[in-house]
Design a protein around this ligand. Structure first.
Ligand code: SAH
Length: 230
């Protein structure tokens, strides 16, 4: 069993990488892939960079070069739900691309051409294992639901409402649905784990800077506990 772990930013994966043993590092398309052992499990960890294209390149490369049995995307996101506060956790049951729009052709907003899905489902088994691993987190709301991704940092009520109204998503970020899309077309199980760094509203940029660190700590605890338990 080999688990692929992808984060968008250094801060989201650097602690995982520094805890790994037997590391082999390889750079492909400007992305460093770290293969080795973490919590005594086989892993490959990478920082993909921000946004859907970086995430897709990283995921496809990881699948072709390292053949992980499952891929988990870990990191931070903007909360779209009033019950999810800073540092609460969302585990995806599926992912949507809120900026995919061929509605002028009569298709529903978010329908992904070619695969004809709006929401790409996650592996039930992974969801259940991640929910169990999340029990280690104290004073934290854990929610399972839709994660919405797009190439935009969501920082206004208007854009936030658009995503909630069209996709009923719990949080928004910039990579998860791209990772899910690539996993789906390669038949690789995946799930997204995100800790809330902000509320995707008018102050999201300032909240992000203040809270990204404490949010990341939660997601890292969860991922380490997941690896311990599998
Ligand atoms: N500081 C970086 C940009 C970070 S973008 C730069 O200067 O380039 C925010 C990152 O955190 C993305 O990887 C995204 O997945 C996640 N994220 C957190 N809050 C978000 C929000 N409100 N909207 C979109 N992405 C968000």
């Amino acid at each position: 069993m080999k688990i692929g772990i992808i984060g968008a930013m250094d801060i989201e994966v650097e602690e995982l990488i520094s805890s790994m043993d037997d590391i082999k590092k390889e750079n492909i398309s400007r992305i460093d892939f770290y293969e080795g052992r973490l919590q005594d499990k086989n892993v490959v960890v990478a920082k993909c960079g921000v946004g859907k294209v970086h995430a897709a390149v990283c995921t496809q490369t990881m699948i072709l070069k390292y053949a992980p049995d499952a891929i988990i995307n870990t990191g931070v996101a903007g909360s779209l739900n009033s019950e999810l506060n800073i540092a609460d956790i969302v585990i995806s049951d599926g992912v949507v691309q809120h900026d995919f729009d061929v509605s002028p052709f009569g298709k529903p907003v978010g329908l992904i051409s070619g695969i004809d899905l709006i929401k790409i489902p996650c592996s039930e088994e992974l969801i259940n294992k991640l929910v169990r691993a999340a029990e280690i987190l104290e004073d934290t709301n854990i929610a399972v639901g839709t994660v919405a991704s797009g190439d935009q940092f969501i920082c206004s009520k208007e854009k936030k409402d658009y995503i909630v109204n069209n996709f009923n998503a719990l949080c928004t970020e910039m990579e998860g649905a791209s990772i899910g899309h690539v996993c789906y077309i390669n038949d690789v199980n995946f799930c997204i784990v995100r800790a809330m760094s902000d509320k995707a509203d008018g102050t999201a940029n300032m909240d992000f800077d203040s809270f990204v660190k404490i949010a990341v700590e939660k997601s890292i605890l969860l991922i380490n506990n997941f690896l311990k338990q599998i």
